[in-house]
Design a binder for this molecule. Structure first.
Ligand code: URP
Ligand code: ZN
Ligand code: ZN
Length: 513
């Protein structure tokens, strides 16, 4: 007998928030897709296999986090990744993220990008709780790697990342230019880590000579000026290569933000990302103040900055300078001298040696709750902006839209986050009023969170991925299956028609310089 059930899942009484609108709608889901948005309450009695009553809570497109490091070898200091694809994607869904883009790292010693991609696929396949894609991380811009960039789009890879720092990864300016030219010719977006690696090595050596090796000196070795200079250089190099679109990742600094804003104002396709660590951590509180080795918990690059820079980053997020807010989840255990932060401690350096601390912080699960908690403060982030920077723009920028990052009936995957009712609602559970982040409540495989003790106002109550509830906070927690997450082949970016403009401008031609 035919199944007469109309929907597989209905979410009723929610307030839907997209990057453009806030309105009370019911959502009808059939299979993996959003089938219908209907007036609030109208689907409460619809024929459905499962009904979720959102009780007035916000319902949004699932989070899209396009800067996540999982199961990577040692590249950013001595340690290696604490999270596998399994544990990192498990953590993602518990924090409302339904799609992430991780890295396929090509190391300096490897000539091929495609073999790095094969390795990433083999690690992720059948292990993920959320949908995923890869950026190629180009550690060796030799002839073979450059020639393989043209085969990336047909494999669903439309972005790559290059580094202006880290001994194991830093590219020289001529190598950056070669990557930019090849990426431009193939509609591949280039993400750039902009810090001046030569200057920070010089500063590191001077600090070491004076015995200033404790974790807090990490910030002294990477002052804001290094990010400003490298950002300026990255924009100049992209300008030279016929205005190749670039995305400057994890921006933390006032000067860099200004350079990006100026380039955007000139009409250049320069995009930027910031991260929660530059909104919620400061150098004073998290690197300078902690005693002993504790500061290593907050060692990432760029490092957390001062309160003045933090205010500039908030403004940049509000005014559109930053298109996306990603986690840059790059997890290392703290109390671990084999793969974690403590690998930099030795008999000679009992307080640790900052140059060898693995750089990076965990944050894939806390990204949405922390930032959502700032939406109730008018000076921080409007709700639609929150959805734009944590989901929709990432989907557009990285070629996932409108399958991801949207709620378009018939088009978008039913990837949703349902939040608890807001402060003041009679339906809001009492326990949420002092919701404090502790590492024990998180689902990553890391022994600390940099946000321990931080209060948040809400948490994803349900996460839905392609029509299936995968996170049920009041039920069994993680209810999705390992392996349900699929590799998503990405298209070229559609944010601000960037490739259309490149096509109109024609190929890069030295003759025109
Ligand atoms: O400290 C950081 N950001 N670690 C991750 C590696 C990177 O550069 O994104
Ligand atoms: Zn980086
Ligand atoms: Zn990163």
């Amino acid at each position: 007998m035919a199944d007469s059930t109309v929907y597989d899942l209905v979410i009723t009484n929610g307030v839907c928030v997209t990057a453009s609108d806030i309105a009370a709608y019911d959502i009808g889901i059939r299979g993996e897709k959003i089938a219908l948005l209907a007036p609030s309450g109208s689907l409460a009695t619809a024929s459905t296999k499962r009904l979720i009553d959102a009780e007035g809570g916000y319902v949004m497109p699932g989070g899209v986090d396009c800067h996540v490091h999982l199961q990577e070898p040692s590249m950013f200091g001595k340690g290696s990744s604490a999270d596998s694809f399994e544990t990192g994607t498990r953590s993602a869904i518990a924090g409302g993220t339904t799609t992430l883009v991780a890295f396929a790292p090509q190391q300096r010693t490897e000539p091929s990008l495609l073999s790095a991609l094969d390795v990433a696929h083999s690690l992720a396949r059948d292990n993920c709780y959320c949908d995923y894609g890869f950026h190629l991380l180009v550690g060796n811009a030799g002839d073979q790697a450059l020639s393989e960039i043209s085969s990336l789009p047909s494999r669903g890879i439309t972005s790559l990342k290059i580094y202006m720092t880290y001994e194991a990864l830093q590219l020289r300016d001529h190598e950056i230019l070669s990557v930019l030219a090849e990426a431009r010719a193939n509609k591949v977006l280039t993400m750039i880590h902009a810090e001046n690696g030569d200057v920070l090595t010089w500063l590191t050596e001077r600090l070491e000579k004076r015995g200033l090796v404790a974790p807090r000196y990490h910030a002294h070795s990477r002052p804001q000026l290094l990010e400003d200079e490298a950002t300026n250089r990255a924009i100049a190099l992209a300008t030279l290569v016929a205005q190749t679109p670039i995305l400057l990742v994890h921006i933390s600094d006032t000067g860099a933000t200004k350079r990006i804003r100026e380039a955007q104002t000139r009409g250049q396709p320069v995009f930027a990302e910031t991260c929660p660590q530059y909104l919620f951590l400061t150098r004073e509180e998290h690197l300078d103040a902690p005693h002993g080795f504790e500061a290593a918990k907050h060692v990432c690059s760029p490092p957390p900055r001062d309160a003045a820079a933090q205010a500039v980053i908030w403004t940049g997020l509000r005014n559109g300078t930053f298109a996306v807010l990603s986690s840059d989840h790059c997890p290392f255990n703290f109390d671990d001298d084999v793969t974690g932060k403590k690998t930099c401690i030795s008999e000679e350096f009992p307080v640790g040696r900052f140059r060898h601390i693995p750089n990076g912080l965990p944050g894939v699960e806390t990204r949405l709750p922390l930032t959502f908690s700032a939406t109730d403060r008018r000076d921080k982030l409007p709700l639609t902006k929150f959805v734009e920077v944590t989901s929709t723009n990432a989907a557009k920028l990285y070629g996932l839209y409108p399958k991801k990052g949207a709620m378009m009936p018939g088009m978008s995957d039913a990837d949703l986050v349902v939040w608890y009712p807001n402060v003041g609602s009679p339906k809001r559970p009492a326990g949420l009023d002092d919701l404090t982040i502790t590492n024990s409540m998180l689902h990553h495989d890391v022994d600390y969170t940099p946000y321990e003790g931080k209060r948040v106002t809400n948490w994803p109550r349900y996460t839905v991925l392609r029509g299936k509830v995968v996170w049920d906070r009041d039920g069994e927690g993680i209810v999705g299956g390992k392996g349900y997450g699929q590799f998503i082949e990405r298209e070229a970016s559609v944010l601000n028609d960037i490739w259309q403009r490149v096509e109109e401008d024609g190929p890069f031609d030295e003759d025109k310089l």
